[in-house]
Write a protein that binds this ligand. Structure first.
Ligand code: IMP
Length: 198
């Protein structure tokens, strides 16, 4: 197994990426296990934040590192929460929790007819801290924000992220289904294609 540091301690992401990468011969080690503190995410774009996180983890471990930056972009909210998805409520005077984030999005969408949203993921793999050619993958997953939560799977905005084609929310999918369809899965497919081509 090839060791890859995951520049995140998010248990949901670790589960999803490990399921996708193990069959390809990669062992994912969360950066916290190696004593790497969380990197700053100061940028206004997903891709810059993902690169900053991967580079930070590679620099402190000497290992290849994988980082993602992701979020949900709601059309009627001008693309918000976007890069601020994890901290949406906190930035608006609330607490930093999934429940508060979801409540704020639902509140701001009250009465809206256009409820389209997409999850976006930017994925960066740095082979070393000064890798001049990091591998990059992007993924985009369309859905609609509903008013009441459905399902217990996934994390974050999943109970409110409804997939019209499937008639279920992301939280109602099995982990296998989500790992096949999600923005992260799509980003990883794109990135893996590049890895194979190297
Ligand atoms: P990041 O850890 O900086 O990439 O922040 C991602 C945030 O976007 C998470 O904390 C969630 O709020 C949201 N998010 C990203 N991907 C998903 C997903 O698959 N399901 C639900 N929420 C997600």
């Amino acid at each position: 197994m090839k060791k890859l540091v995951l520049a995140s301690n998010n248990a949901g992401k670790l589960r999803e990426f490990s399921a996708l990468l193990a069959p390809r011969g990669f062992e994912l080690v969360p950066q916290g296990v190696l004593g790497v503190p969380e990197a700053e995410e100061p940028h206004v774009t997903f891709i810059e934040n993902a690169l900053a996180k991967a580079r930070h983890a590679s620099r402190l471990t000497g290992l290849p590192a994988l980082a993602d930056d992701s979020g949900v972009c709601v059309m009627a909210l001008g693309g918000e929460p976007g890069v601020y998805s994890a901290r949406y409520a906190e930035r608006n005077g609330g607490e930093k929790s999934d429940a508060a984030n979801n409540a704020l999005v639902v509140e701001r969408l009250r009465g809206a007819t256009d409820r389209r949203a997409y999850y976006y993921a930017a994925l960066v793999l740095t082979r070393s801290a000064d890798d001049p050619q990091p591998l990059i993958g992007e993924g985009l997953w369309w859905g609609e924000i509903i008013e009441a939560p459905r399902g217990n799977g996934g994390f974050g905005y999943d109970p409110y992220f409804f997939l019209p084609a499937l008639g279920r929310t992301a939280a109602e999918l099995t982990p296998e289904e989500k790992n096949r369809l999600s923005h992260r899965a799509q980003a990883l497919q794109a990135l893996m294609g590049k890895l194979d081509a190297l």
